[in-house]
Design a protein around this ligand. Structure first.
Ligand code: PLP
Length: 424
């Protein structure tokens, strides 16, 4: 692999300086692994659950146990984790259409949500596409404050203005591709409690608090649900953290009973709900993925810290800083120039297990204003729990990096990217 001695030495120095951080990541992985294993034992997971079902999938015990396991692991009352959820965006769409009805209002406490949700809500796309807006659901985002915190005065004003029309309050944990800090579990719990409290003070029914947990799972020892936190729905994608790099497809939605029932009716149909749905041989992958997830997320976390350290040392602006605590696995690096961003992504690609011979180049993607460059040499198509990086070709040429199935392989990707960019 093309990595200079100087960059290799920088990698070694980074690891020496981050011993305490890496030890803490291992501690979190140990706690989360014990929790997952406790849930497996309580659910009596056994080999017979791997048996595939077809057709309606009636009586698929593996599917039912995985649903219950997902709920338990993420500390919801109930929930489901299914291969019929084809992506994170689809999962969130199922939840929103499950809960919202014509005339309802959806608020967001974290401003404009993740790019792919804009067409779902009806901010982009054509009238008649079938967005929430087409169905008479109004969306009103409450931007984060300048300090990157949720704006409770803004929330109170909107709840007062819309009253009982507000059915959903949406919270996105990860910054996604926005320039803001990721929310911690404690912040999300506090905000959900505040939604309930303000609604009670105003004498209106408590809206469903819905949390997009993408990229956040197993990063901390707690998740936003659990006890009386006030969160109704927690959801995410299985080709990110909770699939552990093992799931080929899928998503999960867990939370409170009525909210989950409604999401189940939207996943299949009213009346059928969660009682049908063939697992098509995916049960084993989903269970193995949950088992691996706390460990895999730890690999990705170490990779993110290493990236921050190495590129900071090379003079690039990084976010978060290498010594900062995190609540998701995303690392941003400002590459300063288009050539730098390309070199970064090409270095990552060159150290990937799949398609390492391919040289990524910027291209026009539907829905994006600028060409985008992506590095992804993954076993599962588009899986971003595997080492991956991408960024739009515009100033400040920020690369967003995430994932890493094994720290040993991902660190080579980072050092390879550092080598290329320092030759620019
Ligand atoms: C990835 C992501 C999504 C969408 O998931 P896809 O699987 O890419 O459709 C939604 N929200 C956040 C915060 C994400 O990171």
């Amino acid at each position: 692999m093309q990595i200079s001695e100087r960059i290799r030495a920088l990698g070694d120095r980074a690891e020496r300086d981050m011993t305490d951080i890496f030890n803490d990541i291992d501690r979190i992985a140990r706690i989360n692994t014990e929790h997952v294993l406790d849930c497996f034992r309580a659910a009596e997971v056994s080999e017979s659950l791997f048996a595939p079902s077809t057709g309606y999938g009636y009586g698929d015990r593996g599917r039912d146990v995985i649903d219950a396991l997902a709920a338990k692991i993420f500390r919801g009352d109930t929930g489901f984790m299914r291969p019929q959820l084809i992506s994170g965006t689809h999962t969130i769409t199922v939840a929103l259409f499950g809960l919202l009805r014509p005339g309802d209002v959806m608020l967001s406490l974290t401003g404009i949500p993740y790019d792919t949700l804009l067409a779902v809500i009806g901010i982009t796309g054509e009238p008649g596409d079938g967005s929430l807006k087409d169905f008479g659901v109004d969306f009103d985002p409450i931007p984060l404050t300048d300090a990157g915190e949720m704006d409770y005065c803004g929330l109170r004003a909107k709840l007062e203005a819309y009253g009982s029309r507000v059915k959903v309050v949406h919270i996105q944990r990860s910054k996604g591709y926005a320039d803001r800090p990721t929310l911690t579990v404690a912040q999300i719990r506090e905000s959900a409690g505040n939604v309930r409290k303000i609604a009670a003070e105003l004498g209106i029914p408590a809206p469903y608090v819905v949390v997009d947990n993408c990229y956040g799972e197993f990063v901390e020892t707690e998740e936003p649900l659990g006890g009386e936190t006030g969160v109704d729905i927690l959801m995410g994608s299985l080709i990110k953290n909770p699939g552990g790099g093992m799931a080929d497809i899928g998503g999960y939605i867990v939370g409170t009973p009525r909210a989950i029932e409604l999401c189940g009716y939207r996943l299949t149909c009213p009346g059928v709900g969660l009682d049908a749905g063939a697992s098509l041989g995916q049960n084993r992958n989903l269970l193995r993925g949950l088992f691996y997830a706390p460990h895999t997320v730890a690999q990705a976390m170490k990779t993110a810290h290493l990236t921050a350290y190495v590129f900071d040392a090379l003079g690039f602006k990084v976010s978060p800083a290498w010594d900062k605590r995190r609540s998701d696995i995303i690392q941003a690096v400002e590459c300063a120039t288009g050539e730098g961003l390309c070199a970064f992504c090409q270095g990552i690609q060159a150290a990937s297990p799949i398609d390492s011979h391919v040289i990524p180049e910027p291209y026009d993607m539907p829905g994006y204003p600028d060409p985008v460059i992506m590095a992804a040499g993954a076993f599962v198509g588009g899986a971003s729990i595997e080492l991956s990086a991408d960024g739009p070709m515009r100033a400040p040429y920020t690369a967003f990096l995430q994932g890493g199935l094994t720290y040993e392989s991902a660190r080579l990707g980072i050092l390879s990217a550092a080598d290329r960019i320092s030759r620019e």
